[in-house]
Design a protein around this ligand. Structure first.
Ligand SMILES: Cc1ncc(COP(=O)(O)O)c(C=O)c1O
Length: 377
């Protein structure tokens, strides 16, 4: 069997080894230290935020963002149905109820007109959403100008799930800069990784210090470990922050490589009827995290899943887009305002290997397989 090619494997090399080794030799092995501080400062600068708190995962960042905005049991949080389960899970962690909103066809991001409809309906019933939690799907930033206008009109804070969009931008503003707080992820499959990790971004010093406090077991600043509320062990280790610092230096190169891969698929499918690159119209704003195609079987004569099967036969990973949250059994009882777009994206989309670690030879293997598949149709 050929070596497995993943959709988005970690891309680490000599500089990562050097940074991690230096951190270990420095004696800073704990979940605090100079690499954590430097990593927080660099990510805050990149995302144009005043504060960044390094955490053990993007999910932890979402959880603490909700807590720091006082989202409580039985509150309603409006969020995108087209997302990874972590977004909705975090809402459940605080006992709140997700209210899933369908997607824009162009990007899969939350549809502002449906969001408005949901906010109007809630208000008419005398309810108020505790937060709006938009997701930047696959590295494309949600329509924050429209979402912000609604958030202001209905007086609801925005918490941005920017787990997938570090390095992307919208109208000149970086991903992670939108909303009262934003969460990013450094999970192993992301555009850059700390193996596992995340960060909470905000301009509000009170939110930042509350998140730092909750992430450190809610320890009061006294010597004898005084606790007045329940806390969490969510800080990022200094060694992993060192890995993150090395990755961050290479972020532009890694984005450029993912962009080359997007271009390769674009030219490969350019003349294939019924196949379009998903959301691939605004290259200047994209971080190219993952490249997906949408396949219209009535035109192409084949289903996205057939291509996936052909790739799997050569040990090449591909996957459908996220299964919308309103279709997930665990969230079946939660409210949803849907219009079929996310379900269609789920049925017709397939994500192809997109990681910056893929070599030219790997890409030849993938594109040859795809060409052979297309030739067989
Ligand atoms: C949209 C989205 N939100 C949240 C997360 C959670 O991030 P983490 O895996 O770092 O907890 C992820 C990725 O894993 C994600 O894709």
């Amino acid at each position: 069997m050929n070596r497995r090619l993943y959709m988005s494997a970690p891309d680490v090399g000599e500089s990562e080894e050097r940074y991690v080794l230096e951190a270990m030799r420095s004696g800073w092995i704990a979940p605090l230290g100079p690499d954590v501080d430097a990593f927080e400062n660099s990510i805050a600068a990149l995302t144009e935020r005043s504060h960044a708190v390094a955490l053990s995962s993007g999910t932890a960042a979402l959880h603490l963002a909700l807590l720091a905005h006082d989202v409580q049991a039985d509150d309603t949080v409006l969020t995108s149905t087209m997302t990874f389960a972590a977004t909705a899970n975090a809402i459940r962690y605080v006992g709140a109820r997700p209210y899933f909103i369908d997607s824009l066809e162009s990007t899969g991001n939350i549809d502002p007109s449906l969001l408005e409809e949901a906010l109007v309906a809630l208000t008419a019933r005398g309810e108020r959403a505790a937060a709006i939690l938009p997701v930047d799907l696959l590295g494309k930033v949600a329509d924050y100008p429209a979402i912000t206008a609604l958030a202001e009109r209905f007086n609801v804070p925005i918490l941005s799930d920017a787990a997938e969009s570090l390095g992307a931008s919208h109208l000149g503003c970086p991903a992670g800069s939108f909303g009262s707080a934003a969460a990013i992820s450094f999970n192993g499959n992301k555009i850059m990784t700390t193996s596992g990790g995340g960060m909470l971004l905000t301009d509000d010093p009170e939110v930042a210090s509350r998140v730092r406090y909750l992430a450190t077991q809610a320890r009061q600043p006294v010597a004898h470990y005084e606790h007045t509320e329940v806390g969490y062990n969510y800080r990022l280790s200094n060694i992993l922050a060192a890995l993150g610092r090395a990755q961050l230096q290479r972020l532009p190169t890694m984005i450029a490589r993912r962009r080359e891969i997007r271009d390769l698929y674009r030219s490969l499918f350019a003349d294939v009827p019924g196949v379009n690159i998903f959301g691939g119209t605004k290259d200047a704003e994209d971080n190219f995290w993952l490249t997906s195609i949408l396949v219209d079987p009535t035109i192409s004569g084949w289903q996205a899943s057939e291509l996936s099967t052909a790739l799997a036969a050569d040990n090449i990973e591909s996957r459908p887009l996220w299964k919308p949250m309103h279709l997930q059994p665990v969230f079946a009882q939660d409210r949803a305002l849907v219009n079929g777009v996310s379900e269609r994206l789920f049925e017709t989309g397939i994500t192809l290997p997109s990681g910056s670690v893929l070599s030219d030879a790997d890409l030849d293997r993938i594109t040859n397989r795809i060409r052979a598949f297309l030739g067989s149709k």
